[in-house]
Design a protein around this ligand. Structure first.
Ligand code: ZN
Length: 105
C-alpha cells in the first residue's frame, strides 16, 4: 500500500481550502500517529478567529486521508454549530455525504 506524506497533505490542504472557499481561514493540517486521536481525523476550530488545526491519522490510505481532510475542512463551515446526540450523528452523516460527493468517489 502506498503511503502519503506531509507534502501530500499540504498539497491537498491547498487544493481543498480553495475549493471550499476557506481562504480567509488560517488552517494547519498535521499528520499524526495513530492512537493520538480517537478517530481518523479531527478539526479544532475557533470561529471568531477563523483558525483551525486539523489532524489526520497517518495509517490511513491516501484516499482515506484526502477524504478525511475534506470532511474535517467542511466542519469549518459549521463551526458555529455544535449539535449533540441524534443531531450530531445526522450532522456527521451529512458532512460525510458532502465529502464523498465533492470528491466524486
Ligand atoms: Zn466529522
Amino acid at each position: 500500500m502506498r503511503g502519503w506524506s506531509d507534502r501530500d497533505l499540504q498539497r491537498w490542504l491547498k487544493l481543498w481550502q480553495r475549493r471550499l472557499r476557506l481562504q480567509d481561514w488560517g488552517l494547519v493540517a498535521r499528520r499524526v500517529a495513530t492512537g493520538e486521536m480517537g478517530g481518523r481525523g479531527e478539526c479544532r476550530h475557533g470561529l471568531s478567529v477563523r483558525q483551525a488545526v486539523i489532524r489526520i491519522a497517518s495509517d490511513l490510505t491516501p484516499d482515506e486521508a484526502e477524504h478525511t481532510l475534506i470532511h474535517e475542512l467542511l466542519h469549518c463551515h459549521w463551526s458555529h454549530y455544535a449539535p449533540t446526540g441524534t443531531d450530531r450523528a445526522l450532522h456527521e452523516a451529512a458532512i460525510e455525504s458532502v465529502a464523498y460527493a465533492l470528491r466524486g468517489r
